[in-house]
Design a protein around this ligand. Sequence first.
Ligand SMILES: [Fe+2]
Ligand SMILES: [Fe+2]
Length: 176
Amino acid sequence: MKKNFIDKSKTYYTEKRWHHIEGMLHLLDDVKKIYHLSDNLYNDLKIAILLHDTGKKFDSEYNKYPYSGIIHSRISYKIAKHDFGIKDRVILNAILFHPTGKAKMSTLEKFLYVIDFSEYNRKFSKAKKIRGLLLEKKLTESLLCSSKMKLDYIKSTEQAIHPNTIEMVKYYEKIY
Ligand SMILES: [Fe+2]
Ligand SMILES: [Fe+2]
């Protein structure tokens, strides 16, 4: 990956959010070793990580939208497409679906979802638990467990639950 791609993506983040991206990249490097990721998958994941939250810079005006937590992913999707010229559907979909997850996720989507939830700079105990499962090579378990945690959290805040989140939990409960 070219350095100017990384530098450009960095301009979309505040210092705090870039810290989140760095935590994810660090975890990705460990995941690559443990799961023996191909160079292609590793590079695609790196792009998805760098671009997945770029839309957060612009989403504050949508706070009152029922699914306000997912607006940034739609903006990030457009930024990836138009500002960075990403054409790969798998990368674009991973960015688009990263806050909610969905049924039948691609490998890229699964890793992005779990790494986002459990990156090294997330210090809360639930993130540590998911990170532990991920690093023990239990990808599906970490995916299901983190999606349930997210669902419980959304319920506790009385926000609207996106149908994709419910479908994801149902789907992975059935196959796990
Ligand atoms: Fe996000
Ligand atoms: Fe994120």
